[in-house]
Each structure stands twice: as structure tokens, then as C-alpha cells.
Design a protein around this ligand. Structure first.
Ligand SMILES: [Zn+2]
Ligand SMILES: [Zn+2]
Ligand SMILES: [Zn+2]
Ligand SMILES: [Zn+2]
Length: 233
């Protein structure tokens, strides 16, 4: 809605009306607001908004709202033009954030150019102040691009585990088993040597006892069996 389409200006929008009687500049008997693009009745010289009197005349052909004999339209009086030109009016887009107070005569031009006029974003269809549109459209299209970039493609026939992966695991397991088995052999050998040559004392000095060695052996075996178990399940 712009002032151009309005019947008249709501008197709350008048910010300054020094030495003006607002009743002089109101649209008599029709919208009762501040006159917008006024015209008058030739006979009674009452002023009405152009829009208001046009609408009135379609319902009441040739009749003055103040019951003159017949309605003959005249241009607005110089006095009314002068009074109106003294008014300072708040922009109609004040609810959208515009804080401009504009002289009556500059109002239409301002409201046509006002950046707080609501426009529709062609992407998301939401209504936003025109001045925020370029910034909004950047975000609006970037949101779309982001979701396109992170789109997950699902291929129902893709194999869950490739044959090469399975071979690699088996190879790793074989390698690990080989390492563990050779370590066990080495430990057994060491233990036998220790027991037969009586160096048990030396092992104790190193913080190792034959018992510890046996424990190490059995834990290694457990580890190996556990790994085998996991590989089978
Ligand atoms: Zn009249
Ligand atoms: Zn009016
Ligand atoms: Zn504005
Ligand atoms: Zn948008």
C-alpha cells in the first residue's frame, strides 16, 4: 500500500502541524483523513480526496456528499494546497523500519523510492524490505548451494566391503600371527635356557622371574586366540 492508493493520510502520520487546523485539510464526510490529491465541489467548496470522491460518485452519480444540487469538480483551492504543504508526514513504511519524516509534497516521491517497501524474494517467496533484498538473496541462494554441495548420493548396488579389503585384513592377521608365534618361540627358548643354565637369579635381578616369563607366554597365547576368534566372527 502506498499513499497514492490511500483514501487519505491517517492523522497519526502527521508529525508537525504548526499553525494548521487539521480540520481544514481533512476529507469531509468520506474518509475523514488528511486530504490526499484533493479536489473540491464547485458549489460548496468542500474538499475530498480524488479517490474518495471518485468512489462516491460511482455509487451516487452527480451528487455532492454534502447534498449540493449536482456535483461539479473543481481543482483544490490554493489555501488548502498551502496548508497541506506545511505538513510533515511519517513515511507509510514506518512499520517496516523507515524513520523518514517527509514534507507532504515530497511524500509520494519518497514512498515510491523508499527502501523499506516490501518486496517478494523470488527464491523463498518471503516478503522483505527492498533495501535488504540483495543481501538476502545472497544468503538465500547460498543456502541452496550449500545443500546442493552436501547432497548425499545413495547407490543401492555399491558393495559394502570390497574383496581387496578382506584380503588386506587376512594378510594383516597372518602377519600378526607370525610375529606373535615367533615371539612365543623366543620366550620359550629363553625360559628353557634360564631354567637349565641356572640364570634364574639374573632374571630376578632384571625384574623378571620364570613365573613372569610363563605369564607372558600364556598372555600372548590368549591374545592370539582372541584375535583368531575375532577374525572368525
Ligand atoms: Zn458540494
Ligand atoms: Zn478521503
Ligand atoms: Zn520511507
Ligand atoms: Zn529468499
Amino acid at each position: 500500500m502506498t499513499s497514492t492508493n490511500e483514501m487519505g493520510l491517517a492523522s497519526e502520520r502527521v508529525e508537525s502541524s504548526t499553525d494548521i487546523d487539521l480540520s481544514d485539510v481533512h476529507c469531509s464526510t468520506i474518509c475523514e483523513n488528511i486530504l490526499w490529491k484533493p479536489v473540491s465541489c464547485q458549489q460548496c467548496e468542500t474538499h475530498f480526496c480524488s479517490k474518495c470522491i471518485t468512489l462516491w460518485l460511482t455509487k451516487n452519480p452527480n451528487q455532492c456528499p454534502l447534498r449540493c444540487d449536482s456535483f461539479v469538480q473543481r481543482p483544490c483551492s490554493k489555501f488548502i494546497v498551502k496548508q497541506l504543504s506545511k505538513l510533515q508526514i511519517a513515511c507509510i513504511y514506518r512499520p517496516n523500519g523507515c524513520n523518514e519524516i517527509v514534507p507532504y509534497e515530497a511524500l509520494e516521491k519518497h514512498e515510491m523510492m523508499c527502501g523499506y517497501k516490501l518486496v517478494k524474494c523470488s527464491t523463498c517467496q518471503s516478503e522483505i524490505p527492498e533495501k535488504n533484498l540483495p543481501e538476502h538473496q545472497l544468503q538465500c541462494s547460498s543456502v541452496r548451494t550449500t545443500s546442493e554441495n552436501f547432497q548425499i548420493t545413495y547407490e543401492p548396488n555399491a558393495p559394502v566391503l570390497l574383496d581387496s579389503d578382506v584380503n588386506y585384513s587376512t594378510e594383516q592377521f597372518q602377519q600378526y600371527r607370525f610375529e606373535v608365534q615367533s615371539e612365543i618361540r623366543k620366550l620359550r627358548q629363553e625360559l628353557r635356557e634360564a631354567q637349565s643354565s641356572g640364570v634364574t637369579r639374573n632374571l630376578r635381578v632384571m625384574g623378571l622371574s620364570p613365573k613372569t616369563r610363563n605369564e607372558q607366554l600364556s598372555s600372548k597365547n590368549d591374545e592370539l586366540n582372541l584375535t583368531k576368534f575375532h577374525s572368525l566372527t
